[in-house]
Design a protein around this ligand. Structure first.
Ligand SMILES: Cc1ncc(COP(=O)(O)O)c(C=O)c1O
Ligand SMILES: N[C@@H](CCCC[NH3+])C(=O)O
Length: 440
């Protein structure tokens, strides 16, 4: 397993993260356990900001909170001077509860409800990313009711394919998100928005997909967006102030993944913006990005306890852990691949190929197929790396399995940032109908 950030193997042969021995963490906090290397999250955040400083552009780096959202994460993002991309009332609520500066919150989503929009307007968020004609009407009416001008970006689909899994590719023409440039709806939407009194149209947004390893897709998007913007200027005289290029920067889950550095992702894209805009005599916009996975992904590791081990002679050895698709649905959903190690015997030689199964009543609940590990015993501790993005965030209670705890580790200190769900939590929302109560 690749050791990310502040991880190492210590003298006891245990995996250590942020100065904390993972065997101690498992004993103290139980398993499954999400362990986040706090300093690595901070480093990743700073790397994007440094890249923009080099580019000379004004910018905002908005952490896409869908990747991992919690009060502590919002506090960290605020401390690092990040903005925040939220996509639901729940994410917005969490951000506000954490006292995240409302003016640095951007609200996304292809079907924001009226209640969600009202909540965001009342909180005074920085901007809405308007996704469709319905929202364009409804949000404007809400702004009008309040007599306030609402800051908006319009989300456009530039018609660029991001070369990633189709479920996480969003910039192509056939997408549930945004206004298509190709079919003319983008132009129509912006013209409409510019005429609407209670809108302040800051600019445009495009997000081409997720877990992307090249800059070609982003550069191609910039070209298409620039062409579009020149056409828009010809027709309306309007120039954008903000160009939001979304997120999607890839991370290393396995050795097959070859992510770029923040500089390598950002600078070719800002160069292209400069080239396109300067050639056209267009004032340089502020550039915003929305990284999620690449801020928190490789900072997260999941610790599991190994339980049953089943050998099917001549076929396969299943090693089952005390979590699975309830805390990491990505292998089942996207056939995502992960690396792992025995955290309590990290120096032992890997000698057999096994497959890591979850504990759900579902054959597809497999975390890793065919991984070489030392011969495992029940009670061993398995660490799966790079689970920081879309792991806890997509966790669920299938089979009424309680969601794990989350700890942040740093300089040898560990602190719970999300408590482990309890059995009582699992029935907390249940109600017994009165007729059944009576029959008791
Ligand atoms: C609009 C938008 N912005 C940002 C992100 C974050 O993407 P990532 O986690 O790949 O950086 C996503 C998710 O793909 C998204 O849909
Ligand atoms: N949840 C997805 C990515 C979707 C990102 C949000 N648009 C993943 O785990 O890779």
């Amino acid at each position: 397993m690749y050791l990310h950030g502040n991880s190492r193997i210590n003298e006891k042969g245990h995996l250590e993260i942020g100065g904390c021995d993972t065997a101690d963490l498992a004993n103290k906090f139980g398993t499954p356990l999400f362990v986040y290397d706090e300093n690595l999250i901070r480093e990743k955040s700073r790397a994007y900001k440094k890249a923009f400083e080099k580019s000379g552009f004004s910018y905002q780096v908005a952490y896409a909170s869908k990747a991992f959202m919690s009060l502590a994460m919002c506090r960290l993002a605020a401390e690092e001077g990040l903005s925040l991309d939220v996509v639901s009332g729940g994410e917005l609520y969490t951000a506000l509860k954490a006292d995240f500066p409302a003016e640095r919150i951007h609200f996304h989503g292809n079907n924001k409800t009226i209640e969600e929009m009202e909540m965001a307007l009342d909180a005074g968020i920085g901007c809405f990313v308007v996704d469709n004609f319905h929202e364009l009407e409804v949000l404007h009416a809400l702004g009008q009711e309040r007599g306030m001008k609402v800051n908006i970006l319009l989300r456009l689909t530039p018609g660029v394919s991001a070369h990633t899994h189709e479920y996480i590719s969003t910039g192509q023409e056939d997408s549930k998100f945004g206004f298509s440039i190709h079919n003319g709806q983008a132009l129509e939407a912006i013209k409409q928005a510019l005429k609407m009194e209670f809108y302040n149209v800051l600019g445009i947004h495009s997000h081409i997909g997720s877990q992307i390893f090249e800059t070609v897709g982003f550069v191609e998007a910039v070209r298409k967006l620039s062409d579009f913007l020149l056409h828009l200027r010809d027709e309306t005289g309007y120039e954008i102030k903000v160009l939001n290029l979304g997120g999607g920067f890839g991370i290393r889950y396995t050795e097959e993944d070859t992510p770029l550095t923040a500089d390598q992702y950002i600078l070719p894209v800002t160069d292209e913006v400069k080239k396109q805009f300067e050639t056209a005599g267009y004032a340089l916009p502020e550039i915003w990005i929305e990284p999620g996975r690449s801020i928190v992904g490789d900072a997260g590791t999941t610790l599991y306890k190994i339980g049953s081990v089943k050998t099917i002679p001549g076929i396969r050895k299943y090693v089952a852990v005390d979590g699975g698709m309830t805390d990491n649905i990505r292998p089942a959903l996207y056939q995502s691949r992960y690396e792992a190690m025995l955290a309590n015997r990290a120096k032992d030689e890997a000698e057999e190929v096994v497959s890591i199964a979850g504990k759900c009543c579902e054959s597809g609940d497999m975390l890793i197929w065919d991984i070489k590990l030392p011969t495992v015993s029940p009670g061993d501790l398995l660490a799966v790396s790079c689970t920081g993005a879309y792991g806890y965030a997509m966790a669920n209670n299938y089979n009424r399995i309680a969601r794990p705890a989350v700890v942040f580790v740093k300089d040898g200190q560990a602190e719970v940032v999300i408590a482990r769900e309890t059995m009582d939590d699992l029935v907390k929302l249940d109600r017994i109908p009165t007729n059944m109560l009576a029959s008791n």
